[in-house]
Design a protein around this ligand. Structure first.
Ligand SMILES: Nc1ncnc2c1ncn2[C@@H]1O[C@H](COP(=O)(O)OP(=O)(O)OP(=O)(O)O)[C@@H](O)[C@H]1O
Ligand SMILES: [Mg+2]
Length: 495
């Protein structure tokens, strides 16, 4: 079509035995904001990599600005104005903002002498185009995720992009940062840019995009105007499942305290924290970034020692000096950033899942390979982890599936207390539903689960109780069945 900037027709792509794309088509019109949605592992990132020349499709046709290609090289894609912003942004953390903005231009121009003045000019022009205000001399590693993203966008824009593709740009952003990213996207659109936006978050799709394409399992499911779609349809298209209303978790027995924290304090972290956690309870914990909630949990898990205060497990005060101490007391922790802290990316799914249970699987210094395999397969089945082989490295899994591996690992251990920091950040609705179901099942079995989350519906629907932290202190306690999002939000904001 004439008004299309990019058309992908019947694209097929396999990796070994995995058919990632089974004949997918996508039509992107000039100047539109188009959302590409679908569950983890459905092929979104693969499709983007085909469009940008990173992967060569096995079959199919790529039309850019009306020109047909059987495949494109990364160089051609860039020359045609296609810029992709991947989740790692491909920027250099140890260089300044200015150097990052100017560097690729510099490389492209093949200039031997880098003039500082010229660097500065390019950098300034790039950020001004998108109305981004930042200190050019700051090292990129000191910036927030949102600012790094804006640098990547500035750079893309400066390189005469006509189409900017963003792969799950909002995963690591706060609500406020998402709002400001959306303003930038609208601004780009008003300057004639087309945007392909990958997301599986319903509210985002409805807020920002005009048209959508939904994939499932490497195939097209539906495409059209967002206006014609409602939330129920959207969830169904993505998952092929209808979601039953979830049952609230049963109330825990308040006579059985598994863990008690008394006056726990850490300078520059949190202050005078006291609370009890009951057997079989799902306790929510929320608060703004910087509220001290992560530091608190890291102390309970032995990452950073509290300055004073007590942690009592099953009625006995314990000293938690290290992660090993915490694990010996039956405490498990799934960190916020699954990729950095949680996983051994170059090891197999099997090894990653069984690592928490190694002491049990080690029989006289010999690793019980069979038990390891069974354990891993159990996790893969229980969580619907999309893979054909538990021996594959975790690196090869899609993001949401990596998250499930982290969870599966902890569940392989018998725990008293499981702390989940942002358990469903970046996972799709199907996986989220499954994870919530599993959290409830664990609580029912008697495990106490602490869920740290910014996702207020998640907290309200799943937890028995919620603690609100602000500036290092517990500022309130609510019972979800007796409150609503408005009251919770106002407590979070310090009201
Ligand atoms: N380089 C690779 N080698 C082997 N398999 C791969 C490779 N890249 C992707 N896959 C597989 O192809 C399928 C599609 O993956 P892809 O990363 O495109 O999914 P996605 O829709 O982007 O998921 P997510 O929402 O989790 O990011 C998955 O089953 C994945 O495991
Ligand atoms: Mg992806």
């Amino acid at each position: 079509m004439d008004d299309c900037i990019l058309e992908l027709k019947n694209i097929k792509k396999s990796f070994g035995g995995v058919k990632a794309l089974k004949g997918v088509s996508l039509e992107l019109r000039k100047g539109e904001i188009h959302c590409l949605a679908g569950e983890n592992g459905c092929g979104k990132s693969t499709l983007i990599k085909v469009a940008s020349g990173v992967y060569t499709p096995d079959e199919g046709e790529i039309c850019i600005n009306g020109k047909k290609h059987e495949k494109v090289t990364p160089h051609q894609a860039i020359a045609e104005g296609i810029q992709v912003i991947y989740q790692d942004f491909a920027i250099f953390p140890n260089l300044t903002v200015m150097e990052n903005l100017a560097l690729t231009t510099e490389l492209a121009g093949n200039k031997k002498i880098a003039s500082k003045k010229w660097f500065k000019q390019i950098a300034l022009e790039s950020i001004q185009e998108i109305g981004f205000d930042i200190d050019l001399n700051e090292l990129v590693e000191n910036l927030s995720v949102a600012d790094k993203q804006l640098i990547a966008i500035s750079r893309a824009f400066y390189h005469n992009a006509k189409l900017i593709i963003m792969d799950e740009p909002t995963t690591a952003l706060t609500d406020k940062e998402v709002k400001s990213l959306f303003r930038v996207i609208k601004n780009l659109q008003s300057q004639g840019m087309s945007i392909l936006f990958v997301s599986h978050k319903l509210d985002e799709v409805f807020e920002i995009s005009e048209r959508y394409t939904i994939l499932r399992n490497g195939e097209n499911v539906s495409t059209g105007d967002v206006k014609t779609l409602d939330e129920k349809q959207f969830s169904f298209y993505m998952t092929g499942r209808e979601f039953a209303n979830i049952e609230r978790a049963p109330e825990p027995d308040k006579n059985e305290v598994v863990m008690e924290v008394q006056n726990l304090t850490l300078a520059n972290g949190y202050k005078d924290i006291s609370f009890q956690l009951y057997k079989g309870e799902i306790l929510g914990m929320t608060g703004l970034l910087g509220s001290g909630r992560t530091e608190l949990m890291e102390s309970i898990f032995g990452y950073r020692r509290a300055d004073s205060g007590k942690i009592i497990i099953d009625g006995t005060p314990v000293e938690i000096k290290s992660v090993n101490d915490a694990m010996d007391h039956g405490i498990g922790y799934v960190p916020e950033d699954r990729l950095i802290e949680g996983l051994f990316l170059d090891q197999s799914i099997e090894e990653n899942i069984s690592v928490a249970k190694w002491d049990n699987l080690t029989n006289r210094f010999m690793l019980d390979k069979k038990a390891m395999g069974e354990l891993a397969q159990g996790g893969v089945d229980q969580f619907h982890i999309v893979t054909d082989d538990v021996k594959k490295t975790v690196q090869k899994l899609s993001g949401g599936n990596q998250q499930k591996v982290v969870l599966a690992r902890w569940l392989a251990r018998d725990l008293k207390v499981l702390i989940l920091n942002g358990p469903t950040v970046g996972v799709d609705i199907g996986a989220k539903y499954d994870i919530h179901g599993i959290i409830r099942a664990l609580a029912k079995k008697g495990m106490a689960v602490i869920v740290i989350s910014d996702d207020l519906p998640e907290i309200l629907e799943n937890c028995n109780r919620v603690l609100i932290m602000n500036a290092g202190m517990i500022k309130g306690e609510l019972v979800p069945s007796e409150t609503d999002q408005t009251e919770l939000t106002s407590l979070i904001m310090g009201g």
